[in-house]
Each structure stands twice: as structure tokens, then as C-alpha cells.
Ligand binder design. Structure first.
Ligand code: ZN
Length: 266
């Protein structure tokens, strides 16, 4: 089951790497004789990219961590043992084991997910299976330099806390100053919620700038900045009747600047 679509809002811009970025590749993708900790690369071009799933996952997690505060402490979860109605708790499903629990936020019902600011944007995978309104495209490299100038190898020295022995290991990173192009597509399913949803997305970009993407964030990796180059709205007329799209925002705007413009125009 899906919602009606009244149109789409497309947000485009760039992600500027501010501190070395390491989004790791899956181990099976590592070539023999390659470096231990390579960054994820597009197999066709060999260029690093930021997967849409990384951006989406990080923004969702930041949104959840801030929204949980709207629940009273006893309802934040996880539910007490033996509780039958877990749906009133924010963290309400254990996808781990009873020994190693991993509690996540989902909804039992479709309407519950639809009424939730987080899940209507990012989707809910529980019984409700509410599809996300937002699509994060993979963000591809937009940089004229040679690849060897975009990727560096940094030797991270892990110190054994017990023996104090140094254990240097190579780590590939995308260097600061590198730019990627992002695109986020938002499906307009409810006109009344459109402005709030887009504002939430832009605010999550602001929050992500003060967080990190990829690995080793607590050790300084993965700080990024967003520039929003355009936000356009495409109604059904655009797709079916050759109508023009409606420009909402253009230029090279910081998220907070774009947010101010969106409020008046969307
Ligand atoms: Zn939710």
C-alpha cells in the first residue's frame, strides 16, 4: 500500500568534505593486494562516493535521538519485561537477541507510522511497513582533480591500552575540500505536512554538519558541510501536462539560509 503522490520536491546541492572522510567498502569488494581499509568506490569509475543510505541512516538516527525527548522518560523504552503493549514506547522492538538486544523505533500500524514525523519521512519497516517519503540518491564525486589527489592514505596508530604497543594501520580517506553532488527527492503525499517535512530535512542537514558521516567520527573524521543549490517543486502537471516546475530556492545557500527561504515559498 502506498500514499497518493501530489508531486515531488527535489533538493540538489553539494557536500563539502571538511575533515578526512572514510566510508568503508565491504570486505568482499576489496581487491587482493589492496589496502586494508579502502574507501567505498563506484566500481565503474573507481571514484569514491557517499551512498544515499549513509546520509539517510545518519539523518534518521539524529532525528530519532532528538525526537525521543518528546516522550516522557518512562515511555522512551525499551519496554519493561513482559509488557504486552509495546507500541506506546519509542524504542519498541528488539531486533537483536534477548542477550544482546538491539531496540529500534517502529510502528505496529500504518496510521501510527503516518502520524510520526520521523517515520513519515524515513519510512517504518515494522508491521506497518510505511514507505519513506524521501529518496536519498548516492552522492557522486564532483571534483576536477586526479583521484590520487582526492584520496589519501593515513596511518592510524592504534595504541594497545594494556601493553601500550603501537599498531599502525593504513586507512584510506577522502581529503578535505573534496566535493560531492547530492540529490534528495521528497514525495508530496500531504500538502499540509510538506513544509514541515522539508524544514525537518534541512534542519537535519544542519545537525549532520555538527556530527559526522562514515567511520572514526569520534576521532575527527567525517565532518561535512552542505550547500543547497536548488529546491524545485514539480506538481503532477509538470509530469503529465508539460507545466513548468516551481523554483523554490536557488543559489549556493547554507542550510539555514535555504530554510528561511523555504518557509515563505513552499
Ligand atoms: Zn515513528
Amino acid at each position: 500500500m502506498g500514499e497518493t503522490i501530489f508531486g515531488k520536491v527535489i533538493i540538489k546541492g553539494k557536500i563539502i568534505v571538511k575533515t578526512g572522510l572514510h566510508i568503508g567498502a565491504q570486505t568482499e569488494a576489496i581487491e587482493i593486494g589492496g589496502i586494508d581499509n579502502p574507501v567505498l568506490k563506484d566500481p565503474n569509475t573507481g571514484e569514491p562516493y557517499i551512498p544515499g543510505s549513509s546520509l539517510k541512516g545518519k539523518m534518521r538516527s539524529l532525528f530519532e535521538k532528538s525526537k525521543i525527548l518528546e516522550y516522557s522518560p518512562e515511555l522512551r523504552g525499551p519496554p519493561p519485561k513482559g509488557e504486552k503493549d509495546t507500541s506506546k514506547y519509542f524504542l519498541n522492538r528488539n531486533i537483536g537477541t534477548s542477550k544482546n538486544p538491539i531496540w529500534i523505533h517502529v510502528h505496529e500500524t500504518y496510521d501510527g507510522a503516518k502520524a510520526c514525523e520521523i517515520c513519515r519521512l524515513f519510512g517504518s519497516s515494522g508491521d506497518s511497513n510505511y514507505p519513506a517519503r524521501v529518496i536519498f540518491r548516492d552522492a557522486y564525486l564532483n571534483d576536477k582533480r586526479n583521484l590520487e589527489d582526492v584520496i589519501e592514505i593515513k596511518y592510524e596508530t592504534a595504541i594497545d591500552r594494556i601493553t601500550s604497543a603501537a599498531n599502525p594501520r593504513p586507512m584510506e580517506r577522502v581529503v578535505p575540500g573534496t566535493e560531492f553532488e547530492f540529490e534528495i527527492v521528497y514525495n508530496v503525499e500531504n500538502e499540509e505536512e510538506k513544509k514541515e517535512d522539508i524544514k525537518n530535512l534541512i534542519n537535519l542537514m544542519k545537525m549532520l554538519e555538527d556530527d559526522y558521516i562514515g567511520g572514526s567520527g569520534s576521532r575527527g573524521y567525517g565532518k561535512v558541510e552542505f550547500r543547497i543549490n536548488s529546491i524545485v517543486e514539480r506538481g503532477l502537471d509538470y509530469y503529465f501536462n508539460n507545466a513548468d516546475e516551481k523554483p523554490i530556492v536557488s543559489g549556493e545557500l547554507r542550510p539555514e539560509e535555504a530554510e528561511k527561504e523555504v518557509i515563505g515559498k513552499l
